[in-house]
Ligand binder design. Structure first.
Ligand code: BGC
Length: 445
């Protein structure tokens, strides 16, 4: 497999996110985010880590962008920290925050890296969370203002936009299971959060379309093939429920198909009663130029009556003796291929981009080298899967690696490293891993 097999126009990118990379959390007027406060709660983040320093992209963006360029990438995807430009989430604008992203964008353009801006990568301003966050009726109003400020400031320079990063991820982990910020739990938080996220993804698209000429607008979805543990009917139904929640809940309303449905899933009825507007589909729809998909693992699921609502639970890759990463996530490139095909089969998506893909394996820096052969193999297998889908006619137009440097991996803290570049967090010294060198070679092929 060579880069040229993917064709001339295929986009090769690398992705980071504000709260995971920037650090400088309290610098030049930045407001608190839900991750600053959540990470202070005992036991929420491994080793008590907080995102306050991360890998200091804020001060080292020039070095990092140069590294991205040197590895051969042409696209740089990053997110805007809402509270850096609007410290309270609404109201006054922080000029120094606005300037920071101008500097990042200008540096990208100087280096010949095409910027892709993610508007929301999970770092809600803390002040908005105090008012209800993603559960609030005002969320759409706050989000619209944030999107407008970004479009008005950067729209003349940046044409490629991503509205949300994985709405399933931040709503489920943050507002249902409580394991991500802001740590809320239960259906009373979850239902309004998912509904507001579904509205925000479409509304954000409309705002960018209106304010940015010639914009190329997308949004991203996590996706995981869900397989039943056995051919028992109960397991098959459990897998269908999990599949609905993980893969269908946000994309189907967006594509005009309304709230998805499977049999024997009483929670869906509750969802409809709670969020009556699921039925009024127009506001949930937007004709995106591309859809970003992010596939990190496949799931095997069995019926489990002890799990509330879903009555389904994962049978871990480890216990099934199939390959997995150090996150415990099943490695299954063939299932990534099937998810790409499945999204494409919806029929009304113009283009797909793989806007993230990557893996955590424990790295060892020995004599200036990180020999991360497993990560190289992971990328090779997953790229083969993308190529296979492309050859079968799927319009998949790019692959963005997650992630440039080791960074703050949410509730896993700093020990879960996904980077192509190793970071010593005590000195901020960067060392290109062998996977980074592999990308450099591959991107020349
Ligand atoms: C998220 C990233 C995260 C990665 C690995 C993706 O779902 O967008 O922010 O670091 O997964 O967990």
């Amino acid at each position: 497999m060579k880069k040229s097999d993917f064709g001339e126009d295929f986009l090769w990118g690398v992705t980071i996110a504000a709260i995971q990379n920037e650090g400088a959390s309290f610098t030049k007027g930045k407001g608190l985010t839900i991750w600053d406060t959540f990470s202070k709660r005992i036991g929420k983040i491994k080793n008590g880590d907080t995102p306050s320093h991360a890998c200091d992209f804020y001060h080292r963006y020039k070095e990092d962008l140069l590294l991205a360029k040197q590895l051969g990438f042409k696209v740089f995807r990053f997110s805007i920290a809402w509270s850096r430009i609007l410290p309270e989430g609404q109201g006054r604008i922080n000029k120094s925050g606005i300037n920071f992203y101008h500097q990042v964008i200008d540096e990208c353009l100087t280096l010949g890296l095409t910027p892709y801006i993610t508007l929301y990568h999970w770092d809600l301003p803390h002040d908005l969370e105090k008012e209800g966050g993603w559960c609030s009726h005002f969320l759409l109003k706050w989000f619209s203002r944030f999107v407008t400020v970004c479009a008005e400031n950067y729209g003349s320079k940046v044409k490629n936009w991503i509205i949300l990063n994985e709405p399933m991820g931040f709503t489920t982990l943050g507002y249902m299971l409580g394991i991500h910020a802001p740590g809320k739990m239960g259906l009373n938080n979850y239902f309004p959060a998912i509904h507001n996220a579904a509205l925000a993804q479409a509304e954000g698209g409309r705002i960018i379309r209106e304010l940015v000429s010639n914009a190329n607008i997308g949004t991203t979805f996590s996706c995981s093939e869900v397989m039943p543990f056995s051919d028992k009917e109960q397991d098959i139904k459990a897998a269908a429920r999990m599949d609905l929640m993980l893969n269908r809940l946000f994309i189907e309303p967006l594509l005009g198909k309304g709230l998805p449905h499977v049999e024997d899933f009483p929670m869906l009825e509750k969802m409809l009663v709670h969020n009556k507007t699921w039925k009024y589909t127009e506001r949930l729809q937007f004709d995106f130029d591309y859809i970003g998909i992010q596939n990190y693992f496949a799931l095997t699921v069995k019926h489990n009556p002890l799990i509330p609502y879903l009555q389904a639970s994962e049978v871990k890759a480890k216990t099934r003796k199939v390959p997995y990463t150090d996150m415990g996530w099943e490695i299954n490139a063939e299932s990534c291929y099937r998810m790409i095909k499945r999204f494409w089969d919806y029929g009304n998506i113009r283009k797909l981009l793989v806007t993230e893909g990557g893996a955590f394996f424990k790295d060892k820096l020995i004599n200036g080298t990180v020999d991360d052969a497993q990560r190289i193999q992971y990328f090779q297998e997953y790229l083969e899967a993308v190529l296979k889908a492309k050859r079968e006619g799927v319009n998949v137009g790019g692959y963005f690696a997650w992630t440039l440097t080791d960074n703050f991996e949410w509730s896993e803290g700093y020990q879960a490293t996904f980077g192509l570049i190793h970071v010593d967090f005590s000195t901020q010294q960067r060392t290109i891993k062998n996977s980074g060198y592999w990308w450099r070679q591959f991107l020349k092929s």
